[in-house]
Design a protein around this ligand. Structure first.
Ligand SMILES: Cc1ncc(COP(=O)(O)O)c(C=O)c1O
Length: 375
């Protein structure tokens, strides 16, 4: 096949249709683009979906993490135990309050925070635990609950996941933060949602996302410090429409993951390629990305370039947070501190993954990867 004939396969592609267009148009025509009825409607539908008593729509996953940490009382000087194998926002969020993210290593199979390592990282200054449901895998929240510390769950990648006991991620009562960036299971362009068990936390987040205005106070009357972390009615309308097709999109993502498993089985057997761990013991992944770990002898950056040459987008995903220059300089982190995370981070490669991906596209990616890493 000539290069010109190769179709470009992107990493991610949101699914949008008439339902979304209609929903957004209705808001445009209503004249109420923000602080309107779609916010509460989206919150109610989302809370119902994950079995949480409450939910707060916010402008992003990052701002949701910030407000959730404030709601559980994290303050300057505190320590928050979290995973170094995450998107940087989960580690940054404690820093917004002057608290310190304290990392602990990850489980080599699930890639989520290892409960034993986290337990060892807890100190007298620890005021919260922040497990991350990475790549849509449900972190071992039950094991973290034993410490009796407040928990904030980073569920930005995990809509649709279930814990082994059948609880949906986001439905255990701790503040759990979801993200709606364009590559997520549902998207509002940018956006987020915090699901909650506590009415008090709901009140605090509702107020602080809206400049510190108490719910029963008039316009421009503020009783605490707040932010503008609101999600617009336009975004909430889009979110409601996307939520309606969530099951369909999760099923499509799971189907694509199944095709990948089949197409990459040879590379697993012959080259030791590592695939995302399969659902086990009742735990169900909410499929978000398809990240493989390359064999040690493969130059990952070279692989990204070689895949790009044949029209396949891929990305090193995720880098270890503690080894990013800001974290090294600010906290003196060095290689070797979290060996599992570092090994996985050095080998991980996200492949194209989205609900409308076809089986021939998956096969083309697998074939290209086989050529790059040598089957
Ligand atoms: C694990 C994790 N945490 C936090 C975030 C931050 O979410 P947002 O980009 O909506 O601020 C993301 C989003 O990419 C994420 O993947």
């Amino acid at each position: 096949m000539t290069r010109a004939a190769l179709e470009f396969i992107p990493l991610a592609r949101p699914v949008m249709g008439e339902r979304e267009e209609q929903a957004v148009l209705e808001v445009l025509r209503s004249g109420q683009l923000s602080l309107g009825p779609r916010v509460a409607a989206f919150e109610a539908a989302f809370a119902r979906r994950v079995g949480a008593p409450h939910a707060c729509a916010v402008s992003s996953g990052t701002t949701g993490l910030h407000l959730a940490l404030r709601a559980v009382g994290v303050q300057a000087g505190d320590e928050v135990v979290t995973s170094p194998f995450s998107f940087v926002a989960s580690a940054n969020a404690p820093l917004f309050e002057g608290a310190r993210p304290v990392f602990a290593d990850i489980d080599p199979v699930t890639l989520c925070l290892d409960p034993d390592a986290a337990a060892a990282a807890i100190s007298g200054h620890t005021t919260a635990l922040l497990p991350v449901h990475i790549f849509g895998w449900p972190a071992a929240v039950g094991a973290f609950e034993r410490h009796g510390l407040p928990i904030v769950e980073d569920a930005c990648e995990a809509l649709g996941a279930f814990h082994a006991d059948g609880t949906p991620v986001g439905g255990r009562g701790h503040p759990a933060v979801f993200g709606f960036y364009a590559n997520k299971q549902i998207t509002t362009g940018e956006g987020g949602m915090v699901t909650l068990g506590s009415a008090e936390h709901k009140q605090s987040i509702d107020s602080e996302r809206n400049q510190g205005r108490a719910p029963d106070m008039g316009w421009l009357d503020h009783d605490r410090l707040g932010f503008n972390y609101r999600l617009s009615d336009l975004a909430c309308a889009l979110g409601l429409a996307q939520l309606e097709r969530l099951d369909e999109m999760l099923a499509a993502r799971a189907r694509v993951a199944g095709w990948y498993r089949g197409a990459l089985a040879g590379l697993v057997a012959d080259r030791g390629l590592v695939l995302p761990c399969p659902d086990a013991g009742g735990a169900v992944r909410g499929w978000f990305v398809f990240v493989v770990q390359l064999p040690e002898d493969v130059d990952r950056d070279g692989a990204v370039g070689a895949l790009r040459e044949v029209g396949v987008q891929s990305k090193p995903y995720l880098p270890a947070i503690h080894l990013m220059s800001f974290y090294r300089e600010r906290f003196g982190h060095r290689p070797g501190e979290f060996p599992v995370c570092e090994r996985v981070a050095a080998a991980s490669l996200a492949l194209p993954f989205f609900p409308t991906m076809t089986q021939p596209q998956v096969e083309r990616v697998a074939e290209a990867l086989g050529r790059v890493i040598g089957s």
